[in-house]
Design a protein around this ligand. Structure first.
Ligand code: ADP
Length: 383
């Protein structure tokens, strides 16, 4: 399958695309990238960079016509174009119908319900007016979690709502509300399903969130939970991937609640922040697995080489403009420290600018180093 005449097209040129290109370049595979931003992290490292809007039908169609296999690194893409490219004989993984379901949180939740995947209870609303009418007639009580059905990411488009004033501040769009889960831990499992039918999964990891930004700050690999719970999460994720019949990667985000139950929160059909550690921490990285799965060649081992903690590096508050990374020299000499700089030209508050994976047999020690990195490295811009 290492056919030099095959060109892979990736929709999206962010850091996930860039890290996939690292593997493609190692293997001498041709990859084209489509992204609206000519300065995106992937543009300098691909075979052919095409500037275009991922949500625009013609841009995706024209891009897809020039490649053999199409995949994604972000789910907000024009699905109709992908369906039409498939009809024209192009290989599209993950399958467009699955991307369509995942793009919309209300369709995702319905899928879980219909396929007996444990998830928090929910209700779907056409708009805020409909939601308000349910509140006024006492069919809903506070507090609840509100989510915009589409285009949310990294916690944008998700709000805990405790009173009617907060309802009035919500964006008026198609939305869902969910029961507020008493979360003990947030977990993730990455499943890889190959075109050939082979399925593998990595072990369960734990996601720790920053309380202010509500973004993932640390990933602990493996999760600090019992073997039994870890296996339960992995089995649930594999079951979900099988029910979706997806080809490619499926990152399954889950909650462990205070009763010890595991509930699926949401999924992403692409490489995911929670498995960046697999570059140094596993036999095969998630990015290599993506290429293996869509090419239909045997999947790599998902075994762990060493325990690790990943820390996200985000733009400091109060700075927007050309990025400057500071004080890396103070942490780069520590054993097991692996920095990744995404090469985004501009920083913004909380924008993901890079990450560091710390390899250490002792997870507590790795976490200590990760915290030190977080305190030391700053990402800002000259004012
Ligand atoms: P996004 O797609 O923006 O990442 P998520 O659906 O993952 O949004 O929600 C973001 C975060 O909000 C979750 O990681 C979790 O901390 C919190 N959250 C989401 N749903 C619930 C819920 N039903 N109960 C409690 N907290 C929730």
């Amino acid at each position: 399958m290492f056919n030099k005449n095959i060109t892979i097209g990736i929709l999206g040129g962010g850091q996930l695309g860039k890290m996939t290109l690292d593997v493609a370049n190692k293997w001498g595979l041709k990859v084209n990238i489509l992204d609206a931003d000519i300065n995106c992290p992937s543009s300098k490292f691909c075979n052919n960079f095409i500037q275009g809007d991922l949500m625009d039908y013609n841009s995706v169609m024209n891009f897809g016509n020039d490649v053999d296999i199409i995949t994604i690194e972000i789910e907000n893409v024009n699905v109709q174009a992908l369906k039409d490219l498939e009809k024209k004989g192009k290989i599209v993984f993950p399958q467009p119908g699955i991307i369509e379901t995942i793009q919309d949180k209300s369709l995702q939740k319905k899928f879980y319900l219909e396929n007996e995947i444990p998830t928090s209870s929910f209700q779907i609303f056409k708009n805020i007016t409909e939601l308000k009418s349910f509140i006024i007639s006492n069919k809903i009580s506070f507090p609840f979690i509100w989510k915009a059905s589409k285009m949310g990411y990294d916690g944008f488009g998700v709000k805990k709502v405790s009173n009617i004033e907060e309802v009035n501040q919500l964006k008026d769009c198609h939305c869902i509300i969910e029961e507020l889960v008493d979360i003990k831990k947030e977990l993730a499992v990455m499943v890889i399903s190959s075109k050939s039918g082979e399925i593998k999964n990595y072990h369960t990891v734990e996601m720790e969130f920053n309380k202010n930004s509500n973004q993932v700050e640390y990933i602990l690999s493996p999760a600090n939970i019992s073997e039994k719970l870890s296996l339960e999460a992995e089995n649930l994720a594999v079951d979900l991937a099988k029910k979706l019949k997806i080809v490619g990667l499926l990152a399954v985000e889950m909650f462990l609640n205070s009763e010890g139950e595991i509930l699926v929160n949401e999924v992403a059909p692409r490489p995911h922040n929670s498995y960046h550690f697999s570059i140094e921490g596993s036999y095969t990285s998630q990015f290599e697995q993506l290429l293996r799965s869509i090419l239909g060649i045997p999947l790599g081992s998902t075994k762990t080489i060493q325990n690790s903690v990943m820390v996200n590096l985000v733009g400091d508050d109060g700075y927007s403009g050309p990025a400057s990374y500071n004080h890396f020299d103070q942490i780069i000499g520590i054993e097991g420290v692996n920095p990744h700089i995404y090469g985004k030209f501009e920083t913004r508050p909380n924008r993901k600018m890079g990450h560091v994976t710390i390899i250490n047999r002792d997870l507590n020690k790795a976490k200590e180093i990760a915290k030190k990195i977080k305190e030391t490295v700053t990402i800002n811009s000259k004012k």
